[in-house]
Write a protein that binds this ligand. Structure first.
Ligand SMILES: Nc1ncnc2c1ncn2[C@@H]1O[C@H](COP(=O)(O)OP(=O)(O)O)[C@@H](O)[C@H]1O
Ligand SMILES: [Mg+2]
Length: 227
């Protein structure tokens, strides 16, 4: 950061509650995440990590409180502005969520097609991003023929291809062996070092210990400040 430059929050939550029926998944969460920050969301299974990420990409709406993402007030935005929000974000899931009957190339290209980019640009960009994650030779493979680590590399490429400002990753290494997990994590860190904001939810204590980011700890839906 340039000295004297003011830190700019890209994600802000103010007194957020999320309830599912009578179950409180998140209780009174206030937080700020700055541009280019790397934040780990830790906590046991059921602590509310996935719900917190869902509120940021509008997979769920808050029951109460304010959620702001890059200047968009998610309480207020109409449904037809959700695509604009999603283009700011790259999202990675534990179970990859690739489309099984589309090739690796097609899975990644879909993002740019939806954003209306020209075909020639899409071809070049997808190839270059697949090269970046070491999957250029498997561009024509279908996800079921790939290993878990390879599928997650494709999912990382899909999350990054639109050059989003923010990457949200929900237990991105939770289904992977340690070597593949290391590859995925270093790809995420690389993207963060280029200037993106990175949020990773994980219950993996080793990963939290070894990773560099700020830690936000959740316990039964409440935020406990971490390192
Ligand atoms: N769609 C839902 N309907 C009902 N309860 C839910 C739903 N999603 C999450 N919960 C509950 O909210 C709590 C937090 O869940 P979650 O955010 O998935 O936690 P984590 O990702 O930390 O494991 C849990 O008690 C979970 O059962
Ligand atoms: Mg979860």
């Amino acid at each position: 950061m340039i000295p004297g430059e003011k830190e700019r929050p890209i994600i802000r939550m103010y007194r957020v509650h999320k309830r599912f029926g009578s179950k409180a998944a998140l209780t009174d969460i206030s937080l700020e995440i700055n541009e280019n920050e790397f934040v780990l969301i830790s906590g046991a299974s059921g602590a509310g990590k996935t719900t917190l990420l869902k509120l940021i990409y509008r997979g769920e709406s808050a029951s109460e409180g304010q959620v702001l993402v890059d200047g968009m007030n998610l309480l207020r935005i109409p449904r037809n502005r959700i695509p604009e929000l999603r283009r700011k974000l790259g999202i990675i899931f534990q179970d990859y969520k690739l489309i099984p009957d589309k090739t690796a190339f097609e899975n990644v290209a879909l993002v740019l097609e939806a954003a209306g980019h020209p075909r020639r640009f899409i071809g070049k960009k997808v190839k270059s991003v697949l090269r970046g994650v070491g999957m250029e030779e498997k561009a024509d493979a279908f996800p079921p023929s790939l290993s878990g680590g390879e599928q997650q590399r494709v999912a990382v490429a899909r999350a990054m291809v639109g050059d989003p400002k923010v990457i949200l990753a929900d237990e991105p290494t939770g289904s992977l062996d340690p070597d593949s997990a290391g590859v995925i994590f270093s790809l995420l860190e690389q993207y963060h070092r280029k200037g993106a904001t990175l949020l990773v939810a994980t219950h993996d204590r080793d990963l939290i210990r070894n990773a560099g980011g700020r830690v936000i700890h959740l316990e039964q839906g409440r935020l406990i400040t971490g390192r």
